[in-house]
Design a binder for this molecule. Structure first.
Ligand code: FAD
Length: 421
């Protein structure tokens, strides 16, 4: 690594715990040595980074948010997102897919712990999640998180079209999930669906149910191709669930709990942006190396002496530091029932990271110039990958702005008088 490349995604190492420093350093080492050299392959082939997941498994990182009592690393929210950002510096597709896996353990772990349950529900949840944790820790299983359906459900505006019917010993699940990252690679698909109540039509968001569907269950299939602009290694094809039986132990959260989580723990939806924080850092790092004539495999031509380059890189650094400041601030504010300001700061942070990752990558291409966007170098991939962030539901850039604008102007429960025509 060139001396000028930021060694640490998380800014001031003195502000971190020893455990955080250790895990971020581990992610950095695996990322630099293993993920970065392989990243162009997954991108070129649009194939899943199987070897990278084997490395994550070997390092114990599949269990990063599994409690230590269950053999995991017991990371809290702040620790996880910093590790994810560090991985995102080296392979965006791997970091984004890894996030889908980790969320299954995080949502059923410290997020569920922070929510209200009665004693029987908590005991039952404890029993069931131990089964899921053992699959991750003992068997190295990979979970994914397909919730998008192409309608309003993934934006949190309508009940899930995927339905679950309670039957003897479990549930029967039917539906269709688009953009199912890790399709064909995950052992379990963590599916959001609507629990149907006999005799009741439709169901509501309160009936959301979160189930781990085994990839080899009868009725599970994958369709469609995957040839997108960026994040090509996520292999997010379409998942079809045709009357799939899953046992009760498939529950990743007790019935009814997902709705409470979505309402009370908004940070659960902000785990996609750390990948893009890493991409922003990588685009900046590349630009500094390139302008200094230090990119491996390139002639050592310096371009740093031109004032316009210095101004551009300064603009990139300003944007990067603004982004990182919000990222770190909100990482440390994750808790159940954050106050209104913290919630609005979270929307602002998520929006800022997603938009600025693309802005910094755009500036990087313009500043470094033509040779920098050849496929032999990582910058054009960073540019394409960075474009995907603000499109991801439930918090696309547009929906963050919608939420923020409304919450800035309305107190909880406030409505306007009907406007007479
Ligand atoms: C690389 C990649 C990986 C992905 N991986 C996963 C995954 O693992 N799991 C998963 O579930 N999804 C995943 N997604 C899907 C992603 O979260 C979105 O669901 C998807 O990008 C939405 O595409 P769409 O065209 O269906 O959006 P649409 O729902 O058609 O929305 C289009 C735009 O309209 C706006 N919009 C949507 N709904 C509303 C509304 N109610 N009010 C106002 N504006 C609205 C939003 O800004 C949105 O960007 C992935 C996407 C990408 C690009």
């Amino acid at each position: 690594m060139a001396a000028t490349v930021t060694p640490h995604i998380a800014g001031d190492p003195a502000a971190l715990t020893a455990r955080q420093r250790e895990l971020i350093a581990l992610a950095g080492r695996i990322g630099r040595e293993r993920f970065a050299p392989r990243a162009s392959r997954w991108d070129r082939e649009a194939t899943f980074p199987v070897e990278n997941f084997a490395d994550l498994r070997d390092a114990g990182l599949l269990g990063i948010c599994v409690p230590t009592a269950h053999g995991g690393l017991g990371a809290d929210f702040a620790t996880y997102v910093m590790v994810a950002a560090e991985l995102g510096r080296h392979c965006g597709s791997t970091a984004l897919s890894y996030n889908m896996h980790v969320c299954s353990t995080m949502w059923s772990g410290f997020i569920a712990d922070a929510l209200a349950m009665n004693a029987a529900q908590r005991a039952d949840h404890g029993r069931i999640r131990a089964i899921h944790y053992a699959r991750v820790i003992d068997d190295g299983c990979i979970y994914s998180q397909p919730f998008s359906e192409g309608g309003a459900a993934a934006a949190g505006k309508a009940p899930w079209g995927t339905r679950a019917l309670k039957v003897e010993g479990g549930y029967r699940v039917s539906g269709r999930k688009i953009f199912a990252s890790l399709s064909g690679a995950a052992d379990y698909y963590g599916v959001l669906c609507t629990l149907e109540h006999p005799g009741v039509d439709g169901g509501s968001l309160r009936d959301s149910l979160y189930l781990a569907v085994p990839s080899d269950a009868n009725g599970v299939s994958i369709s469609g191709d995957w040839d997108p602009l960026g994040m090509r290694g996520t292999v997010s094809r379409t998942l079809i669930l045709d009357d799939v039986f899953v046992p009760e132990e498939a529950r990743l959260m007790p019935e009814g709990l997902y709705w409470q989580a979505a309402a009370r723990y908004p940070h659960m939806f902000a785990t996609l942006s750390p990948t893009y924080m890493g991409i922003a850092q990588a685009a900046y790092d590349f630009t500094v190396s390139y302008l200094r004539g230090e990119v491996a495999g390139m002639p050592p031509v310096k371009r740093r002496m031109y004032p316009t380059k210095q101004i551009a890189v300064a603009q990139m650094r300003v944007t990067l530091e603004q982004t990182r400041a919000l990222f770190l601030q909100t990482a440390r504010e994750a808790r159940v029932d954050p106050d209104r300001d913290a919630r609005m700061r979270l929307y602002a942070a998520h929006y800022t990271i997603m938009e600025n990752a693309n802005e910094i990558s755009r500036l990087a291409v313009r500043t470094c110039g033509g040779q920098s966007m050849l496929k032999a170098l990582p910058l054009e991939r960073l540019y394409r990958d960075s474009r995907c962030g603000s499109l991801m539901l439930p918090w696309t850039a547009e929906l963050c702005i919608d939420r923020l604008g409304r919450e800035c102007l309305y107190e909880a429960g406030e409505r306007d008088e009907a406007i007479e025509s």
